[in-house]
Ligand binder design. Structure first.
Ligand code: DOR
Ligand code: ZN
Length: 345
């Protein structure tokens, strides 16, 4: 049976939630990933160093005793973020990035940023101390079509930001467009982009043709096939500016299968199977390690993991349960709609 052994990966964009949901989903990530950059969009959001420290403790308390996992914490940037508190949390080694959600862009983003001018002093401080900024790269202007929100964000927010603060370390998260790939590829400065397994596997036709698929709905929403192909080319390119952030984002089935369903794909259990599938399809399995385990730590100033993980290619399709029970309701696992053959041994 063909096998592939790579350094153990990290996940540079993960939603772990809290309470019983946290307890249920955490092992799904810890089983395969050594570290993950943990998103701060709880209700209420993780805004202060003290809140990040308390959340980190809750994550470690939820970790099964026989598992190892290192949560890398982030702060949720608001227009009233205290730069001294933020800088102290970074100096302590507690936080590894600050997350900017444009207000209203996605799940629990109501406390996000409305006016970029108001966070300018915080961004200048981040640039000075080397604290990375993670971006949910979509404008929320109601007149901008939802399929154009990433492209318009790049033109109106990201490009001016990188021009004005070239020292700022920036991650354009969950890129979904060829425009995002082109910007990150060509920009000067300290910029990287994460790509999710589901955006490598889906385009908007999968979401909408033959019936609406709530479990394929996420933000930024999947775009045309040509954009999906641009993401695939970037992921397999060995360009160290592109690396894995799953954006695994669990919601209960009740919240997803609704007249106003939540955005998010729960991909953690199947992420590596999906990635191996995509990289194999492009004859690029030898490049999976860079994407999943080396380029992310390099961007965030950490060393790659020494431990390894082995995947094997089965003759018969690998099966996963349809749902994960969480204690607050079932959560459907991401299913690309075709067989997967790779699994973690
Ligand atoms: O699909 C998404 N789900 N996109 C986000 O930006 C947030 C996430 C969530 O928290 O559910
Ligand atoms: Zn996310």
């Amino acid at each position: 049976m063909p096998t592939l052994t790579i350094r153990r990966p990290d996940d540079w964009h993960l939603h772990l939630r809290d309470g019983r949901m946290l307890c249920a989903v955490l092992p799904e990530t810890a089983r395969h990933f050594v570290r993950a950059l943990v998103m701060p969009n709880l209700v209420p959001p993780v805004v202060t160093g003290a809140q990040a420290r308390a959340y980190r403790r809750r994550i470690l308390a939820a970790l099964p005793k026989d598992m190892m996992f290192e949560p890398l914490m982030t702060l949720y940037l608001t227009e009233t973020t205290d730069p001294d508190d933020m800088a102290a949390a970074f100096a302590d080694g507690l936080i590894h990035a600050v997350k900017l959600y444009p207000a209203g862009a996605t799940t629990n983003s109501a406390s996000g940023v409305r006016d970029m001018a108001r966070i300018r002093p915080v961004l200048e401080r981040m640039a000075r101390i080397g604290l990375p900024l993670c971006l949910h790269g979509e404008v929320t202007t109601p007149e901008v079509d939802i399929f154009d929100r990433e492209r318009v964000f790049i033109d109106t927010v990201l490009a001016p930001l990188c021009r004005d603060l070239p020292e700022l370390k920036v991650t354009l998260e969950h890129i979904t467009t060829a425009d995002g790939i082109a910007y990150v590829t060509e920009a000067t400065g300290h910029i990287a982009g994460t790509i999710t397994p589901h955006h490598l596997m889906l385009n908007r036709t999968h979401l909408l043709a033959g019936g609406i698929r709530p479990h394929y709905y996420c933000l930024p929403v999947a775009k045309r096939a040509e954009h999906q192909m641009a993401l695939r080319r970037a992921a397999i390119s060995s360009n160290p500016r592109f690396f894995l952030g799953t954006d695994s984002a669990p919601h209960t089935d009740a919240a997803k299968e609704s007249s106003c369903g939540c955005a998010g794909c729960f991909t953690a259990p199947v992420a590596l199977s999906c990635l191996a599938h995509v990289f194999e399809a492009h004859g690029a399995l030898d490049r999976l390690e860079g994407f999943a385990a080396r380029f992310g730590p390099a961007h965030y100033g950490l060393t790659p993991n020494l431990a390894t993980i082995t995947l094997e290619r089965r003759d018969a399709p690998v099966t996963y349960p349809d749902t994960l029970e969480t204690g607050v309701g079932p959560v459907t696992l991401f299913n690309p709609g075709h067989p997967l053959y790779w699994r973690v041994v």
